[in-house]
Design a binder for this molecule. Structure first.
Ligand code: ZN
Length: 433
């Protein structure tokens, strides 16, 4: 990225302890040699909706990466001299000591751009190869408050609401991956229920409390005091909860206690764990040293979610898929005439007439815009339970599950591809990792 004097119209509010310090920091940074480059970088990051920008200072250059919708994009590297000037400006703007290049520093500033005040937080830290700087930008995004915003289909939502509102006992497992809607899925699940009909409680470790969910009471415990989710359980049970949810299952002992609780108290419970799909989440849970017999007797339902990028509707490119491809995807002939792929912009691209193609102003050449969820809901039955106890092997389990007309995450994803919401390559990427 070259120094460009023609900078975008961003107004900054500098960081600092006092209003005077903020004012001074801004006055110092405005005429500094690295300021135009910094302005371009921040504008680019905001326009592309990069919520995390990482600058790696190596001896020769500065490598720049944007995280957009959960995916890393490498930007053109910057020469070290320009990078050093830019970093000095960035640190000054965030109220940090710009000469300090080893010790960890953390600061904040605000950028007023595109009619929005955007909070930015930076962390800088010396590393073996030089210095690493992370810029966290609070980019605007669509609210993903309820489970339908997250992409769950109505038919599945109704089944989930039934579990939350009607079940008398048993364990429901909710799976997602960190950085891929792990919190949003958990919050969204509660939104599926009519929360006025029952008293829902969530047990959370006090240092990992997540944003409150309306009408769900949060009960905390403190691991640093040796407490677990069960320390206050007798008192909680006196309040006659209708549903207890465990935000995490740290070990097999807690898992055993959760299973005992649902059986003994005739109380429906829910727990959350990492998992790329329902079976993966289930197998991960079984890796904890717990009583598998007990677990499988309690466990009734597994809900899993993955996040997938949505094609930019402004620039996606339609194509006629060949029949073999449609057959492979399990799309019946004649159902879909066109699929879509992303338009990935490259500078100096030209069209058939040799005219330069402009970058899409909606997605800024990324080809995708925001994400949605693909959900899977697995109902356990005795044959699946039996197989899980006998040989918890993913392929065998997947084959067994298919026999019971279970809709897999891949099948759910193909629906999104057929609707043009996402691309086939994006679905393959998500299901591969
Ligand atoms: Zn676009």
């Amino acid at each position: 990225m070259a120094i460009n004097e023609d900078t975008p119209p961003i107004e900054f509010v500098a960081g600092g302890e006092t209003p005077e310090q903020k004012e001074t920091n801004l006055e110092l940074v405005l005429p500094s040699p690295g300021f135009p480059t910094l302005t371009n970088l921040i504008a680019d990051a905001i326009e592309k909706r990069s919520d995390l920008t990482v600058l790696d200072f190596t001896p020769n250059q500065v490598n720049i990466r944007f995280q957009i919708d959960g995916i890393w994009h490498s930007m053109a590297p910057m020469d070290r001299e320009s990078g050093d000037y830019m970093l000095a400006a960035l640190k000054q703007l965030a109220g940090l000591e710009y000469r300090e290049r080893r010790a960890r520093q953390e600061g904040e500033f605000r950028a007023h751009y595109l009619k929005r005040k955007t909070p930015c937080r930076i962390i800088s830290q010396g590393v073996r190869t030089g210095e690493r700087v992370a810029i966290y930008i609070d980019v605007p995004r669509s609210k993903l408050e309820n489970i339908e915003d997250l992409g769950m289909r109505t038919s599945m939502k109704d089944q989930l609401a039934n579990v939350l509102e009607q079940t008398k006992s048993g364990l429901t497992l909710i799976c997602a991956m960190p950085g891929e809607g792990y919190t949003a899925t958990w919050r969204g699940v509660f939104s599926a229920a009519d929360q006025y009909t029952r008293d829902y409680y969530v047990l959370e470790e006090v240092s990992r409390v997540e944003p409150e969910v309306i009408n769900v009471a949060s009960e905390t415990y403190d691991e640093s005091l040796g407490e677990t989710a069960f320390t206050q359980m007798p008192q909680l049970l006196l309040r006659e909860p209708n549903f207890i949810a465990f935000a995490e299952v740290p070990n097999g002992k807690i898992l055993d206690q959760i299973c005992d609780l649902t059986v003994r108290e005739d109380l429906p419970v829910m727990a959350r764990a990492y998992g790329k799909n329902a079976l993966d989440g289930l197998l991960r849970l079984m890796l904890l040293k717990s009583d598998h017999q007990k677990l499988l007797e309690s466990l009734t339902t597994v809900v899993a979610m993955r996040m997938i990028r949505k094609l930019c509707e402004e620039c996606r490119v339609a194509f006629r898929p060949n029949p073999m491809l449609l057959q492979k995807l399990g799309i019946p002939p004649g159902r879909v005439n066109q699929l879509y792929r992303p338009f990935i912009y490259q500078p100096e691209m030209v069209d058939e007439d040799g005219k330069e193609i402009e970058m899409c102003s909606h997605c800024h050449g990324i080809g995708y815009f925001e994400r949605t969820g693909i959900f899977e809901m697995l109902k356990l039955n005795d044959s699946i339970r039996e197989l899980l106890l006998k040989s918890p092997n993913l392929n065998q389990l997947a084959a067994e599950v298919r026999k019971h007309k279970h809709i897999s995450m891949r099948e759910e994803g193909v629906v999104l591809v057929a609707k043009g919401i996402t691309s086939l390559e994006e679905l393959q990427r998500v299901l591969k990792v």
